[in-house]
Design a protein. Structure first.
Length: 257
């Protein structure tokens, strides 16, 4: 019998009750994703996927497909490994996705490392062509961090997270995956250079792609968030629960055994 992953404060909804007594695994070691799930009453096993996360970006016509594909590979990689290593203790639900610190973009840029991409916008529209974008990853130095923030300053970023839920079924290949992408717009204030420099010197953005972490001190640089705040912080919680509801609605046997 697996340990209980549904915490006492979880809402007593029919969908969440399906999770009671089931083995839930998060395919990531991200503390942000773990904390967000805990906030809503889910305490999964934390087992990072070993997928290399190196899908060729040029193979995607739409950049929004990239984080979803990466998250899907992570979920399948982890599930197959756990089933192979211990078939009697296979997970009932694998969650993969959401890592806003993986990639961030500015001035028509994007960067790619895991299952989230962030795209900048000159206007509130939701997409830009891939050809106009420039890779922007974690800062390599404090000077690089300041350059990134100057690019982002006064602009709009779109954070795109791939979210994948994987669960076992009786037919081949033995599992089903459900995939979505969550998109959130982050509007940066017209910050003074002195504020940007002070933020850079704090070191808060050292480990974040794009050089800022909106869920920490970097929130002072942000004017508005349009969409799921938790998507910016690490995990699109609202979409996760909506997807669970949808799966239960479409598949009455989901986690019913």
């Amino acid at each position: 019998m697996p340990s209980e992953h549904l915490l006492p404060h979880a809402l007593k909804t029919p969908t969440l009750e399906r999770l009671r007594g089931k083995r839930i695994v998060l395919a990531s070691a991200s503390p942000r994703r773990k904390d967000i799930l805990h906030t809503f009453g889910i305490a999964p096993d934390i087992i990072p996927s070993t997928f290399a996360e190196d899908l060729p970006m040029e193979s995607f016509d739409d950049i929004h497909e990239y984080p979803v594909a990466t998250a899907n590979h992570k979920a399948v990689d982890l599930y197959e490994r756990l089933v192979r290593d211990d078939p009697e203790n296979a997970p009932d639900l694998v969650i993969a996705g959401a890592s806003p610190s993986s990639l961030v973009a500015a001035s028509g840029t994007y960067s790619s490392t895991a299952d989230t991409v962030v795209l900048s916008h000159a206007s509130p529209g939701m997409s830009q062509s891939l050809s106009t974008q420039e890779l922007l990853e974690k800062p390599t130095s404090r000077e690089d961090n300041l350059r990134m923030l100057l690019d982002l300053n006064g602009g709009v970023c779109e954070i795109v997270t791939g979210l994948v839920l994987l669960y076992p079924i009786l037919t081949a290949p033995g599992y089903m995956t459900r995939l979505i992408d969550e998109r959130t717009l982050v509007y940066f204030a017209d910050n003074s250079r002195s504020l940007l420099e002070a933020y850079v010197e704090s070191g808060d953005g050292d480990d974040a792609a794009g050089g800022f972490a909106a869920q920490r001190l970097g929130g002072i640089l942000v004017r508005k968030v349009d969409g799921d705040y938790h998507n910016v912080a690490g995990f699109p919680a609202a979409s996760f629960f909506r997807l669970l509801d949808l799966i239960v609605e479409e598949d009455p046997n989901f986690l019913s055994a």
